[in-house]
Design a protein around this ligand. Structure first.
Ligand code: HEC
Length: 367
């Protein structure tokens, strides 16, 4: 058997899993990877996260709420997909069946995104898919066929409706969407203090000049549709442009360059946007040429998790602890999502706790 090391797609460095090891050792290594932590104390592969982008970068991201999908858009943490049907098509045809990346159109998609590095990404996928016998030995590289049942679109590589030239049956995409559109959000926790809830709602909704935190500048009330445009990354991660490394100029393709920030308190915050971002559909319209940022999640059912932001990089032992951390001005201006109340000079824990009560409670109040 060939000796190869599976380089996982989660976060942080990991030695890999050697196919030449015994099954018991491979299982132990897989378990260590799936449950283990990076040096920074983050899980390589957080529970309920997935690395959906074939970009050669380990960047597992959390699933957004998969209920009331009628309210949420765009899709993918980068907002690269305007429509849920397009995102679901990507999941069916690429994320769940990476053999599609090794077809002519699949390779063209990787080259569209990553230029010559696309060949290397394809090679790595092929190595892993052959070593795990997903692709039979007898199949030559130019004869690899995806497993998914889908129609050829004939569209240009990278088109959001069929990035690897494949589209699953339209009626199935519509049926799946109809189902997730009507799934209701879990109820807010019982026993919240109604005064704090009301105060929290004001803080969330009111402009700063009127004593609020103006969260509504970006977010919407939880029973309203999320604004679909994507804000430039500089707004979500202020130091973003200070120390930018450009790896590939893609201006000829009309999409943003492959670039990586090295600045600020969490330089890994841009990992999911380095290669695939919503510039493939012309975002951000308001700031052409700027690197798009992250899609805004539905702020529903927040008490069901303890890690926040798409990569779960801000968290705590409980939902309350995680949200207190997210909204704690002590994280500073150089951190991801630096929006605090009343401002960076704030020291009162009580205020942070109030925002927490509000964020948890608004869904219940609104319904
Ligand atoms: C400039 C726009 C903007 C402002 C202002 C803003 N947010 Fe956000 N918020 C976002 C975006 C975009 C995300 C997703 C970021 C990510 O996933 O990395 C987000 C994520 C969140 C999350 C995490 C949700 C999850 O599921 O992990 C919470 C909670 C949140 N915001 C609450 C607030 C509150 C409370 C305020 C006001 C104090 C606020 N936001 C102000 C844009 C904004």
């Amino acid at each position: 058997m060939t000796r190869w090391a599976l380089q996982p797609s989660g976060r942080g460095s990991f030695a890999g899993i050697k196919s030449s090891d015994s099954i018991a050792d491979q299982t132990a290594a897989a378990r260590e990877y799936l449950t283990g932590m990076t040096a920074e104390g983050l899980r390589h592969y957080p529970i309920s996260s997935f690395d959906a982008t074939p970009d050669g970068i380990g960047n597992a991201t959390y699933f957004p709420p998969f209920f009331r999908t009628d309210l949420a858009a765009p899709w993918g943490s980068s907002g690269a997909f305007e429509k849920l049907d397009d995102f679901n098509n990507l999941v069916y045809t690429v994320a769940l069946d990476p053999t599609s990346l090794l077809t002519k159109d699949g390779r063209a998609f990787l080259n569209f995104l990553a230029g010559p590095v696309g060949d290397e990404i394809a090679e790595r996928y092929e190595t892993v898919l052959r070593a795990t016998h997903i692709i039979p030995d007898a199949t030559t590289s130019d004869a690899i066929k995806p497993f998914v049942t889908a129609n050829a679109t004939g569209m240009a590589a990278g088109s959001p409706t069929g990035p690897v030239g494949l589209r699953v049956d339209e009626s199935k995409l519509q049926a799946l969407r109809a189902y997730t559109d009507q799934l209701q959000s879990p109820a807010a926790p019982a026993g919240l203090n109604p005064e704090k809830v009301a105060l929290g709602e004001q803080i969330f909704m009111m402009p700063r000049a009127a004593g609020g935190a103006n969260c509504i500048a970006c977010h919407t009330a939880p029973d309203k549709a999320v604004e679909s445009f994507v804000r430039p990354l500089e707004q979500l991660y202020r130091p973003y442009s200070n120390n930018l490394l450009t790896l590939l100029d893609r201006s000829d393709k009309g999409i943003t360059n492959i670039q990586k920030t090295l600045a600020g308190a969490d330089p890994n915050y841009d990992l999911s946007l380095v290669v695939l971002d919503s510039s493939i559909r012309g975002e951000p319209v308001s700031a052409p040429g700027s690197k798009p940022g992250y899609a805004k999640p539905l702020l529903l059912d927040l008490n069901a998790k303890d890690d926040f932001l798409h990569d779960g990089s801000v968290g705590g032992a409980t939902a309350a602890a995680g949200l207190n951390k997210l909204l704690d001005p002590a994280r500073g201006t150089e951190s991801p999502h630096p929006f605090y109340f009343p401002g960076l000079s704030a020291t009162g824990e009580l205020q942070v706790g109030r925002i927490w009560a509000m964020v948890m409670a608004v869904p219940g109040v609104k319904r």
